[in-house]
Write a protein that binds this ligand. Structure first.
Ligand SMILES: O=P(O)(O)O[C@H]1O[C@H](CO)[C@@H](O)[C@H]1O
Ligand SMILES: Nc1nc2[nH]cnc2c(=O)[nH]1
Length: 271
């Protein structure tokens, strides 16, 4: 895998002159953030050697390089999910490439169901920690010490200094946010009511089908992570109607204005 990662990274270095240190992963319906990236240079995933392709609505499948407030960034407009049938190593492949490319900080976002009854649809939630309920781990297999250690520490999976900075930015802009624990499952089914009750008992405030694999690998590689969930629906049993991905994308788009404003100003501070 190491040589594949080097090949992909070399391709990107030959294709763009940008050398960002900040990367952003855009969740379902949150892709509009790229509209705020200046001097854009886009590369389709299908043109990148060894890259998987996005198969989910609301995930375009592009790497977008450019600048936010003069700070170089790269955004993933579209991510890969385990439920798409990808291996965990494929789901997390972009993280390995990001590290090799020189990324030091990652802002990861997602659409999620609110299991905390006080987190209404449209709420932006700063992720304080996560629970891996995928039943597997993206690091299972032989370890390659060139990437990271066999037993990575997850004490501060979502860096406190980045969370503090995000809170300061939100407070200055008057953006409302909550804080909470994200629980990641494989999907693609939304949860049963019983599962949501169980996950809530475990400490989950929001539930989704992504993020945990990427953040696990980012920590392994030594990339500092900030995570933001957009609560798009109340989780099963709390919600008054059945879920649909169309609604998820729709609500995420509506929350997009605050989300974009927040992330843009975070980038300006951390870049
Ligand atoms: O986590 P993101 O990619 O934002 O998307 C979330 O929304 C989709 C379900 O509607 C799932 O893919 C879930 O993980
Ligand atoms: N697992 C899961 N993923 C989501 N993505 C958006 N909403 C939800 C949800 O309620 N559950």
């Amino acid at each position: 895998m190491y040589s594949k990662v080097v090949e992909t990274t070399n391709f990107l270095k030959e294709t763009t002159e940008y050398r960002p240190k900040v990367a952003i992963v855009l969740g379902s319906g949150l892709g509009n953030l790229v509209d705020f990236i200046d001097e854009k240079m886009e590369i389709d995933y299908s043109d990148i050697p060894n890259f998987p392709v996005s198969t989910v609505a609301g995930h375009d499948g592009k790497l977008v390089f450019g600048k936010i407030g003069g700070i170089e960034v790269v955004a993933m407009k579209g991510r890969f999910h385990f439920y798409e049938g990808y291996e965990m190593k494929e789901v997390t492949y972009p993280m390995y490439v990001m590290k090799q490319f020189g990324i030091e900080k990652l802002i990861v976002s997602n659409a999620a169901g609110g299991s905390n009854k006080t987190y209404d649809p449209g709420t932006l939630m700063l992720i304080t920690d996560h629970i891996n309920a995928f039943g597997t781990n993206p690091l299972i297999g032989k370890n390659d010490d060139r990437f990271g250690p066999r037993f990575p520490d997850m004490t501060e999976a979502y860096k406190i200094y980045l969370r503090d900075l995000a809170k300061e930015v939100a407070d200055n802009l008057g953006i409302a946010y909550k804080e909470g624990v994200y629980l990641g499952t494989t999907g693609p089914t939304y949860e049963t009511g019983a599962e949501v009750r169980a996950f809530t008992g475990m400490g989950a405030d929001a539930i989704g089908m992504s993020t945990v694999p990427e953040v696990t690998i980012a920590n392994y590689l030594g990339i500092d992570v900030l995570g933001i969930s957009c609560i798009t629906n109340m989780a099963t049993g709390i919600a008054e109607k059945a879920h649909s991905h169309e609604d998820v994308v729709d609500v995420a788009k509506k929350a997009g204005e605050n989300f974009c404003n927040w992330v843009i100003n975070i980038v300006k501070k951390i870049g």
